[in-house]
Design a protein around this ligand. Sequence first.
Ligand code: PMV
Length: 362
Amino acid sequence: MNSYIKKYTKKELIEDTGRVSWTSPSNIALIKYWGKHGKQLPCNPSISFTLNESKTTMDFSWSIKDGGKDEIVLDFYFENKKNEAFENKIRKFLEDNFELFPFLKYLSLEIESTNSFPHSAGIASSASSMSALALGLCTIEDQAFDLNQSEEEILDKATYIARLASGSASRSVFPGIVSWGKSDLEDIKSTDEKAATVEGIADVFKTYQDSIVIVDAGEKAVSSRAGHALMEAHPFRDVRFKHANDQLALLVEVMKSGDVDQFCEIVETEALELHGLMMNSSPSYTLMRPNTLAVIEKIRAFRSETGLPICFTLDAGPNVHILYPESIKNEINEFMINELTPLAQGGLIIHDKVGSGPERFL
Ligand code: PMV
């Protein structure tokens, strides 16, 4: 029996109404989750930086509803406007996982969601929004039924729930450097069901900046969901999953030792491997745009000229995440303004950094 499934009666509700509010960040993977099986379980472990500025704020209000029907009563607003597309997506998620949310039999929900980053920036918002949703649901349960759980218990359930909504969202529940997926490594405490903070990482990586060069803000031609599915029959499937495990082990060693140069090498190889997998899928596709490669070449040239530990990674999209320690922020800023702004759509570069995780306001 799943320990996250609890049974309630309407009589156990301690209040008729309540409010909860969370802000939860996005994250950028260094070793990528690409390919899944079963109920949102990853084919290989991944590791990411939780971000600081790119985040979703979700305000939840709940009230007792009439009767005790299984149907979900939900009103969803995105950036102050009713949004039926998101509402239906969330309703379907709640219905599909109703056994985890039996309290929704007695409660109706209103959710207002806003993102800190511009809607049109082409930044994936599923990690920040689905982790905020999971945190909100777990807190409502705790508050409405007076469960008195510790913060640790709430986060532990929230990472599990967030994963079911969007795999990478499981990592956004925790601050700093986070893994998700099973690994034999001693420092990796995550499982395939839940993410966990990676301990023992050198301090320099906690100062890392992530400047996101927006190369193309348009909608992706192939969704992440379709990309994961194409890994099922991928010719390099087994090699990839083995390599991702090996790369993760190497990266953890390097991040513990504080070797910023080796970090650059592993992270870039991994980003290009992700896009290589897309190009070798059947059907094949590319999400990089010409300016994605132009930015990558500029970064590599700048690194070899200056010796500075600046590197890039890519999400499942065309935008380039530039990673570097805070100590070289001024040099990198100058380089970005001079060399990269002309390659960004509308000159847009969003500055983010490793962050301290979700925050509860109510
Ligand atoms: O969580 P999803 O299903 O949106 O997939 C995320 C996939 C990548 O962003 C490419 C990699 C990752 O680990 O975040």
